[in-house]
Design a binder for this molecule. Structure first.
Ligand SMILES: Cc1cc2nc3c(=O)[nH]c(=O)nc-3n(C[C@H](O)[C@H](O)[C@H](O)COP(=O)(O)OP(=O)(O)OC[C@H]3O[C@@H](n4cnc5c(N)ncnc54)[C@H](O)[C@@H]3O)c2cc1C
Length: 422
């Protein structure tokens, strides 16, 4: 069996299948140092539980999880696979711990905690390292720098995988395949085709290798899709951050503490925004609509002191005029936007003045391959993780859902693929 993609979904699939006796090769496009896909940047996952657990306090009943998912996505859970996801989320923590993953106790360490999510000790990268170690220990073969370019059905019901490693290409026949190659967001051509005007100004928060090209080839050969290719999760990120793999540290969290302006120094707002609220997932798309996909968060000294620390220091200046110069903004226009802002509850008055240049940072796209309850795309071809997300929810997002969905579906797909071999 071949598992395509060594992110959390692929790792869970490979481990689950190997435990059922399958002979498994996991292929990963990235080199070993960049293995793990987007889970390298993640920190917590959402779990249903009826009583306090040593790693997750309080209770978060499945019914509450279901109601919250239905509310944000607008979906009817009975029309998606969300019910299964929520039910199986209750086992994710113990399953991952059984693979060597360590969690954080809520009363220790530096991360925040909630009754809805379990936090990874050492973050997503520590989880990924533990899953790779477990996979290798139980006999999963792992090929890094190995991108699957194409999948072709064979006459005996299996699949031929065309795998590129370095300059060489080889063909390998598998009796079953799990496709866990992530969503399509990191492909610039995809973004240009589906996101419109400022697509090239969007930064990618995760792995550049999760580019959806293999998924696209399968779609061209007739695989059914689900979701909306132009719908995605984006947040405001520091425009000075890297084009890919910015992770969570470049996210701008201080927007409620100041004023957002565009490159013409005009005020940028979210319609109906509640004062003081972060509205993370709305700011990304809003900034993407600005001229050049660029906006600036303007703060005074009080705003900075109310903000969390940032990876990159803000651009600071003693006066609003000099700040406007440093940002190449029209000084009179900025003064006018700040004066209007100062009529509200919070004012930008105390020097020094600071700014964060911001762009939209893409987390994932709500588009993928249609699957059945066994995660089957076609005979002996299964999909897991972000590539299958819209079978579970079609819009918006809840914190910690991505890892849970990827772990649950990875395990499901791996077990279903192993059963198909029997
Ligand atoms: C910055 C950031 C922070 C996040 N934080 C959280 C969080 O705290 N909690 C949470 O629940 N979720 C979080 N998420 C979402 C979560 O990381 C993802 O939902 C999850 O990691 C998806 O896993 P996956 O295995 O399906 O896909 P991916 O992580 O995209 O992995 C796909 C893998 O497939 C490989 N690949 C792609 N194409 C091929 C090919 N053709 N051949 C071989 N290999 C291929 C890629 O290199 C990659 O390793 C975050 C995402 C980002 C970007």
């Amino acid at each position: 069996m071949v598992v395509i993609g060594g992110g959390i979904a692929g790792l869970c699939a490979a481990i689950a299948a190997r435990r059922l006796g399958a002979s498994v090769l996991l292929t990963e496009s990235a080199p070993m140092a960049l293995r793990g896909g987007n889970a390298r940047h993640a920190r917590n996952f959402r779990i249903a539980h009826d009583a306090p657990l040593w790693h997750t306090p309080g209770a978060y009943p499945a019914a509450e999880f279901s109601a919250e998912l239905a509310k944000i996505s607008g979906d009817r859970p009975e029309e998606t696979l969300a019910g299964a996801l929520i039910e199986e989320s209750a086992q994710v923590a113990s399953w991952l711990m059984g693979c060597g993953v360590r969690l954080q106790a809520p009363d220790r360490g530096v991360l925040p905690y909630s009754r809805r999510t379990a936090f990874l000790l050492g973050g997503g990268k520590a989880m990924i390292n533990a899953l790779y170690a477990t996979a290798a220990r139980i006999g999963v073969a792992i090929a890094y720098d190995s991108e699957v370019l194409a999948l072709t059905p064979t006459r005996d019901g299996g699949w031929e995988a065309e795998i590129a490693t370095g300059g060489a290409t080889r063909r390998l026949n598998a009796r079953a395949v799990v496709l866990a190659s992530g969503g399509p967001g990191a492909d610039p051509a995809w973004r240009r085709a589906h996101f419109g005007g400022n697509a090239d100004d969007i930064l990618i928060r995760g792995s550049s290798y999760s580019n959806g090209r293999l998924m696209q080839r399968l779609v061209e050969s007739g695989a059914q899709t689900v979701g909306d290719p132009s719908s995605c999760h984006m947040v405001a990120v520091d425009a000075r951050g890297p084009a890919v793999d910015g992770g969570i540290v470049t996210r701008i969290t201080a927007i409620p503490q100041g004023l957002v302006v565009d490159r013409h120094a005009g005020t940028v707002e979210i319609a109906g925004a509640a004062p003081g609220k972060s509205h993370y997932a709305q700011w990304g798309p809003r900034i993407a609509q600005c001229d050049g996909g660029l906006a600036f968060l303007i703060l005074d000294a009080d705003g900075v002191s109310r903000s969390l620390p940032t990876a990159l220091a803000p651009i600071a200046a003693p006066t609003l005029e000099t700040l406007a110069d440093a940002l190449a903004l029209d000084g009179a226009a900025l003064a006018s936007s700040v004066a209007a802002f100062n009529q509200g509850a919070r004012a930008i008055v105390r020097p020094p003045f600071s700014a964060f240049p911001m762009r939209a940072g893409l987390t994932f796209v709500h588009f993928g391959l249609a699957v059945d309850a066994d995660m089957r795309v076609a005979e002996n071809l299964f999909a897991a993780g972000m590539i299958a997300t819209p079978n579970f929810f079609t819009r918006f997002y809840l914190a910690g859902l991505g890892l849970t969905l990827s772990a649950v579906t990875g395990r499901r797909a791996g077990e279903a693929a192993a059963r198909a071999l029997a």
